[in-house]
Every structure is written in C-alpha cells, then in structure tokens.
Design a protein around this ligand. Structure first.
Ligand SMILES: C[S@@+](CC[C@H](N)C(=O)[O-])C[C@H]1O[C@@H](n2cnc3c(N)ncnc32)[C@H](O)[C@@H]1O
Length: 386
C-alpha cells in the first residue's frame, strides 16, 4: 500500500477518523457507520449492499457470525447457476462477477486495529503476530481493516506456521501471506519427474522465473541441479523464498534474486516458469499469481527464453489448459505463441489435477475443470545457435 487513506464516521456527537488499510487494494469506504451486536443480518446486508460499511464495535465472535450470515444471504441472492446450454465462458464470467460482488459486500464489515495491530474488540484473539507478518511493523496510528481480509491474514499465518507438505522434496514449504501457494501439487510433481536436459544434470545452472515460495527451485536443487537462480517481482515472494531456502538448507545451491527482473543475467541450462494460468482480470492484488489479463509473464518468458539458454538447454513452461476449456484462450494460441517466439516443443508432459474442485459436479465450471490437463512443455530454440 503506498498512500495513506483515511475513513471518517460519526458516533453519537463525536466525529472519528482512522487510517484505512487494505492489502487487497480495496478502496476506502466513503460511508461508514458504527455497528455492534444489536444489528441483525438483514439490516447489515441491506446497508453493505448499498455501499455503507459497518465498523464493528461489539463482540468478535458475533462479528464472525454476522460475516457468515451475510455470505449466505449473498449466495442465496446470487444469479442462478447457468444451465447446461450456457457456455463455460459465460459461467466463468458470471462466477467471477459474483465473487467480486461477494468480496466487495463482505469487505464492508470493518474492525478496528490498534497502533500495535491488536484487535480492539471484546473476546478478540491476539492477531498481532499475523498482522505484523502481513502488514509489516506496527505504525504510529490505529487503523481499520475489513474483517474478511483480517481472517485471510489469520489463515495465512496458520499456513506459514504449519507449512505445506511437498512430497517431491520430502519436506514442508511455508507460504507467506500474499505469495502463490503450491496447494496444487500436480505441477510440482511434473517438475520433479521431467527428464533434466543434459547440461543441467552435468553442472549447468537453472533459472526459476517467478519463484513464489521457491518450491520449484527447491525441487530442482533436490534433483541435483548444482545451482539455481530464482527471481520474483513480488517482494513478499522474495522474502518467502529466502526463508524457505534457509529452512531447507539450500541457500548455497539456490540464489533468490530480488530486483524485479524476470530473467537473471546470463544463460542457463534449464529455465523453469510457472506463470499465471488464466488470462482474466484479478479481483484483488492477491489473485495476481493466478490471473494475468494479457499473459504478460507468459509472453515475456517465451520471447526471452532463447536468449537465456545455454547450448543443449531447455525451457520448461508449466501451464494448465483450463483457459482453453473456459474459452479464455483460443485452441492453438499457446502453440502459435511458442512458434512465434522461435521455439519448438520437444515434448509435452501432461497430468490431470486431483484437487477437490475437479471432481465437484455442483461446481458450474465442473465440465471445464474435469477436462483440465496441466502440462510441462519442454521448449528448445528453433535455431540453437542463437
Ligand atoms: C503462478 S505463480 C508461481 C509461483 C511458483 N513458481 C510456483 O510454481 O509455485 C507466478 C509467480 O510469478 C511472479 N511474477 C509475475 N510476474 C513476474 C515478473 N515479471 N517477474 C518476476 N516474477 C513475476 C509472481 O509474483 C508469482 O510469484
């Protein structure tokens, strides 16, 4: 968050002001009224749908219950699930619109945080450590945040503490708030089993572009690649990957390069890239690892690859075809972009995702998800002498 924004409200005869804080980029609400345990779900739903934010001053658990009740009301009033005749594309856009609306309305239930990040509500848990991880050190002034966002911060704190088992490295990866988390293990397993190009298994370095938690860099190091240089333009990811490499004892093998460039300087025997899979608009800053409307990272990887490979080297693109099944990318478009970048496909290793949503027939996007294949594309330059 760059500039400080403020919100104002009146309580009785007194006017109040507080700093607005949103890591997801939610704009500061213009209309704020105080609310407590006396407000019912129906009134809260009406006010929040009209654009009025409720600044909670009652019991913490009541606030959570109200948030749940608001969510159920929004879901009940959501447009019907598209019929079988509707296209997957229409269903996708409807679902994105609905989830954007849901996030905006639920985001209008606000809670006060003290200058030390303490949650100033009755029966509130201690959220200070979680907030410090997500928001940075306490600031001199109290702030107001959305309860929904705060619950996300608390959830992220638990994931960070507990970690996520990654069987390909026989260890846990600890995601940080706002960093793409490898919850879908199928693509990690692809990187663990694809045949390493000869120079990478004989001392040549590898690059991991957009490393996130550092999981793929760790897999390559685990497979014996002697040196991996990983980049990410998200400072949270850089800090997270550094922390993971340190936990895993890989700091000598894996260098995490900040600075924001996609490719590190020089050339590598293997360049791995797992860009956002869906060319669609993110609903919040936290969704940027999944949605990229113009496929900027994908195209930067493809067009820069040949100039960053050592002789005999390969680029590994990790990409699901869900975008094709949802009508967000034309069939053949990815292959055309690969060819246009002067690359050829040496092999394509595919796998079916096994996450829960892929087998949920009540999901309006079920048909597309059930058909989804995640692939590792092994790419080489068309003209190796480049
Ligand atoms: C889909 S996530 C993949 C993370 C990780 N490699 C993995 O597979 O779990 C994409 C990552 O690329 C990063 N990213 C996006 N654009 C980038 C760019 N231009 N330069 C470097 N990193 C970028 C994002 O911050 C994000 O961490």
């Amino acid at each position: 968050m760059s500039e400080t924004r403020w919100i104002h409200w009146i309580d009785g005869d007194a006017e109040h002001t507080a700093r607005w804080h949103s890591e997801t980029g939610m704009p500061a609400p213009r209309q704020v009224v105080p609310a407590d345990d006396r407000v019912n779900a129906s009134t809260a739903h009406r006010l929040t749908c009209e654009g009025t934010a409720l600044l909670w001053q009652g019991d913490y658990h009541q606030a959570r219950q109200l948030l749940g009740a608001l969510g159920r009301r929004i879901d009940r009033k959501a447009p019907p699930v598209p019929s079988e005749t509707s296209s997957a594309n229409a269903a996708f856009h409807l679902q994105r619109r609905a989830s954007g609306h849901r996030a905006r309305v639920l985001g209008r239930l606000l809670v006060p945080l003290g200058a030390d990040h303490a949650l100033a509500l009755r029966r509130a848990p201690d959220v200070r450590a979680a907030c410090e991880e997500a928001y940075g050190p306490p600031r001199p002034t109290p702030s107001v945040v959305s309860l929904r966002e705060l619950l996300g911060v608390l959830g992220a704190h638990q994931w960070r503490t507990k970690g996520l088992d990654v069987s390909a490295i026989g260890a846990r990866i600890h995601p940080h708030y706002g960093v793409f988390s490898p919850t879908r293990g199928e693509y990690v397993d692809l990187v663990a089993r694809a045949p390493l190009p000869h120079p990478a298994s004989h001392g040549g370095p590898a690059f991991d572009l957009g490393t996130g938690t550092g999981v793929l860099a760790a897999v390559l190091a685990h497979r014996g690649v002697s040196r991996v240089v990983a980049t990410d333009n998200n400072p949270r990811a850089v800090a997270c990957a550094l922390a993971n490499m340190s936990r895993l004892g890989l700091t000598r093998q894996v260098e995490i390069a900040g600075g924001g460039a996609l490719f590190p300087p020089g050339r590598a025997a293997l360049v791995v890239c797992n860009p956002p899979w869906l060319p669609a608009k993110p609903n919040s800053a936290l969704e940027q690892g999944v949605y990229d409307p113009k496929g900027t990272m994908l195209h930067a990887f493809l067009t820069g690859l040949a100039d960053h490979l050592l002789p005999g080297g390969e680029g590994w693109l990790i990409m699901s075809d869900l975008a094709e099944h949802l009508g967000l990318r034309a069939p053949g478009e990815l292959r055309a972009a690969i060819t246009a970048a002067g690359l050829r496909v040496a092999d394509r290793i595919g796998t079916r995702p096994d996450h829960l949503r892929a087998s949920d027939p009540t999901d309006p996007l079920h048909a597309a998800r059930a058909a989804e294949v995640t692939s590792l594309w092994r790419l080489t330059p068309e003209r190796p002498e480049r």
